[in-house]
Design a protein around this ligand. Structure first.
Ligand code: IPE
Ligand code: MG
Length: 219
């Protein structure tokens, strides 16, 4: 969800205002994603490298997460959204972890959309952790989470920034120039249109039917 800072700067506002606008944008995108029958939406809210930002900005973000988790649970319950967090929890401020656990517990039954907030998240670290605990590739994939079909990068950036590296192995990448606070339902529609126009082969060949080939091989 990139571009909050630039959005604020362009308006002569403090960066924290940009993050607040970003949270409003998230609310409308969650609704739009559910309407599009998207099963899982993972949003990069705070990367493990974001700890390098000025303390005041980190603090503002943590307070915003507290606000979001408190306010949004009822909204998620109403919308049938299951809310959960991925990433490390041991370095988050003490007031956040119980809120995350409560949000996860209360929204567990949500079956319209699974919203995953990546907080103190690093894909490399998640991979190392999953590898340490899993004996098979299936168990490893399971420990990480579902494969990503569509990965949208906002604010004109063209990099993955340690987000879902394993899960995005065959993800279709869509780059949007809009800053995250300006990313609305119409932007999501455009990204989905691009996604639908892509031909996904997963390393195979178009028009090649394995079952047909097997039967001719037997004949
Ligand atoms: C939001 O956008 C990302 C978060 C860490 C919440 P940025 O804060 O990276 O915005 P820009 O890149 O400075 O515009
Ligand atoms: Mg940025």
């Amino acid at each position: 969800m990139d571009g909050n800072g630039r959005w604020a700067q362009r308006r002569g506002l403090p960066r924290a205002e940009g993050h607040r606008a970003g949270a409003r944008s998230l609310r409308s995108i969650v609704e739009a994603a559910a309407a599009h029958r998207i099963g899982t939406l993972t949003v990069y809210a705070f990367s493990s490298d974001n700890w390098r930002r000025p303390r005041a900005e980190v603090a503002a973000l943590m307070l915003l997460f507290r606000h979001y988790l408190t306010e949004e649970v009822e909204e998620c319950l109403r919308k049938g959204v299951r809310l959960s967090a991925i990433g490390r929890r041991d370095r988050l401020p003490g007031f956040l972890t119980p809120l995350i656990e409560e949000a996860e517990r209360r929204t567990r039954g949500g079956d319209r959309l699974h919203l995953r907030l990546a907080l103190d998240y690093s894909a490399r670290e998640a991979i190392v952790r999953a590898a340490a605990g899993a004996r098979t590739r299936e168990a490893f994939s399971q420990a990480l989470g579902p494969d990503v079909d569509l990965l949208i990068r906002t604010a004109g950036e063209r990099r993955l920034s340690d987000f879902l590296l394993w899960e995005a192995a065959y993800a279709e990448l869509v780059f949007a120039d809009e800053l995250w606070p300006d990313f609305d339902a119409a932007c999501l529609d455009r990204a989905l249109q691009q996604f639908r126009s892509r031909e996904r082969r997963f390393g195979g060949l178009t028009g090649y039917d394995e079952a047909w080939d097997a039967s001719t091989a037997i004949a």
